[in-house]
Write a protein that binds this ligand. Structure first.
Ligand code: ATP
Ligand code: MG
Length: 565
């Protein structure tokens, strides 16, 4: 598959500057090889998208390539389901790793050889301290650590013990392999970090072939090196690990990628830790990883977000060296911005109020011409049936209209979009005083919604013909959390305490008839309501279920306006 060309990010960010300089000086022979290295222990989220757009984007921009590598070194949490979902999500975002799909678990043999090499060089040793003792011996940020009594074993003894660890002769937790660096090092990561631990659990790809597993710190840099990665781009929390990664590569004397750290994405009203997302899934707070309220790529896809919008968002936020929280309104703005261009308009009444047009012929039906997208004429027109009884939005009528309410009210004339001017002449109520229908007259001269004589109306309403409308299930999604910082509670409350109880409301709405044929994944703008997407999981032929992607209210545009942008 040919890689499509993407819009690119800010070509002056600090990572691109470093890479340009490396190309200029001929470092790595002018090559640029990046990688996206997820651990298959959960679904990808919007934070991963930032890393994907960055790594694949840079490779594309500089004529290099980007690998997809699964950092699958922990048998306890990883699975094929995650491997598959991650590949699907990266592809959906528009990126292609070609033949460069790799697994750290394929490097177990090589990593073991590297470890033997370090042992032979006197740079690694087998330690019998318990995990708890290792923690105690590590010291603190202000105090040096203490050397293990096993630290000075001979090379021969270490080689023998390591081999027997690999063969499974020792119980879990009884021994580890550690790098021999410096227990008094000011950087805690350099205090003889653990390289291998014994875990007697089957690995989802390697089965029971291995019972010692490399730590992330031991596996990551060497995996990059094996693949010939030139620029190993990762998030800030690995900055303090860089000296360790450098140390390993230097001791081994193998290809040495340049690690560059950037700030991870954080978003308001959103939780982006796989552990917490897993907690929401397992606790039944959401309906799976791809619940449309989840910040996962699969959730956003199901919700109706587009890859273009997500890439646009990632490019707009750019990369920086300092952590900051991005306003989720910006992401939502990008989604609206793209859907506005590509989503055809349809008329759907979410909360119907019956309107009888008393001077309209009883049995008459007219096909009114409606524009599919005023932003894009090429999207054409469609016919929408009009008849004597229509539904309008209950909110579009007020018996006692406040100032600035320009929609329908007793005695007032408004436009039914693409149809006619109508005037409310009567309000019909039931015995409880509840409005059950409106009686209106129409002006036959205003066909198409055009003014017959230059007279203006302030309100334009969407509508559906009652006898033609199709009832559809609509899921009104809202933000999953009701506070901007669900993870930062001063009183120590759990993030789940801030779940928005109104994040999902299911209703039956009335749609223009064509929508009965809408296909899973199709996206629409319901006029004056928002963007909606046909659910890919629960829709049936002729019975589409619609997920609300986002309303039309753009809070980000308001913020920009207030800032004078
Ligand atoms: P989490 O903290 O959600 O569990 P992780 O970092 O453990 O995520 P990995 O599978 O290790 O998840 O991530 C793969 C890549 O995605 C890493 O290179 C990591 O730096 C990047 N990444 C993960 N979360 C973010 C984020 N919020 N913003 C930017 N990049 C991220
Ligand atoms: Mg991780």
């Amino acid at each position: 598959m040919a890689q499509e060309k993407h819009e690119t990010g800010n070509s002056t960010d600090f990572i691109r500057s470093i890479i340009k300089e490396d190309i200029r000086t001929g470092r790595y022979g002018g090559k640029v090889i990046t990688r996206f290295p997820p651990e298959p222990n959960g679904y990808l989220h919007i934070g991963h998208a930032k890393s994907i757009v960055l790594n694949f984007g840079i490779a594309e921009e500089f004529g290099g390539r980007c690998h997809l590598r699964f950092d699958d070194t922990n048998p306890l949490k990883e699975s094929m389901e995650y491997v598959q979902s991650i590949q699907e999500d990266v592809r959906w975002l528009g990126y292609d790793w070609g033949e460069h799909l790799y697994f750290a678990s394929d490097y177990f043999e090589k990593l073991y050889e590297f470890a033997v090499d370090l042992v032979k060089k006197g740079k690694a040793y087998v330690d019998d301290l318990t995990p708890e003792e290792i923690r105690q011996y590590r010291g603190t940020l202000t105090e040096p650590g203490k050397e293990s009594p096993y630290r000075n074993r001979s090379v021969e003894e270490n080689l023998d013990l390591l081999e027997r660890m690999r063969k499974g002769e020792f119980p879990e937790g009884s021994k580890v392999l550690r790098a021999k660096i410096d227990m008094a090092h000011p950087n805690m990561n350099m205090r003889d970090p653990v390289m291998y631990r014994i875990i007697k659990a089957p690995h989802y790809r390697r089965g029971n072939e291995w019972c010692i597993f490399p730590t992330y710190d031991w596996a990551h840099g060497q995996s990059d090196s094996i693949e010939g990665i030139t620029h190993s781009i990762c998030t800030l929390e690995f900055e303090d690990h860089r000296p360790l990664y450098d140390w390993f590569l230097d001791q081994l004397g193998i290809h040495h990628p340049q690690q560059i750290e950037f700030a991870r994405l954080e978003l308001t009203y959103t939780v982006l830790s796989k552990r917490k997302l897993l907690e929401l899934v397992n606790g039944g707070h959401v309906d799976g990883w791809d619940d449309p309220r989840m910040p996962t790529i699969s959730g956003m896809r199901r919700r109706g977000y587009t890859p273009e919008a997500i890439r646009d968002f990632c490019n707009r936020i750019g990369v920086a060296k300092a952590n900051s929280v991005v306003d989720v309104a910006l992401l939502e703005h990008c989604v609206r911005d793209h859907l506005n261009k590509v989503a055809p308009r349809r008329m759907v009444v979410l909360n119907p109020l019956k309107v009888v047009i008393i001077n309209y012929p009883d049995e008459q039906v007219e096909e009114m011409e409606a524009i599919n997208n005023p932003e894009d004429e090429s999207m054409g027109k469609r016919k929408v049936p009009f008849s004597k009884v229509v539904y309008i939005e209950r909110d579009d009528f007020r018996e006692d209209p406040p100032k600035k309410f320009f929609r329908l009210a007793p005695g007032r004339e408004v436009r039914l979009r693409y149809a006619y001017y109508i005037t409310c002449v009567d309000v019909i109520k039931d015995e409880n005083g509840e409005i059950v229908e409106l009686h209106c007259t129409y002006d036959p001269e205003s066909r198409g919604g055009w003014s017959p004589d230059g007279r203006k109306v302030r309100g334009t309403l969407h509508w559906v013909s009652a006898k033609h409308a199709v009832p559809i299930e609509v899921r009104l999604y809202d933000r999953l959390f009701s506070v901007p910082y669900p993870e930062a509670d001063k009183e120590g409350r759990d993030f789940k305490d801030f779940l928005n109880p109104d994040s999902l409301k299911v209703i039956t709405a009335y749609a223009e008839p064509g929508l009965a044929e809408a296909q899973p994944g199709e996206r629409f703008q319901f006029e004056r309501q928002g963007y909606f997407c046909v659910d890919t999981r629960d829709s049936k032929p002729g019975k589409p279920v619609f997920n609300r992607t986002i309303t039309l209210k753009d809070t980000w545009a308001k913020i920009e306006k207030a800032q004078g942008k």
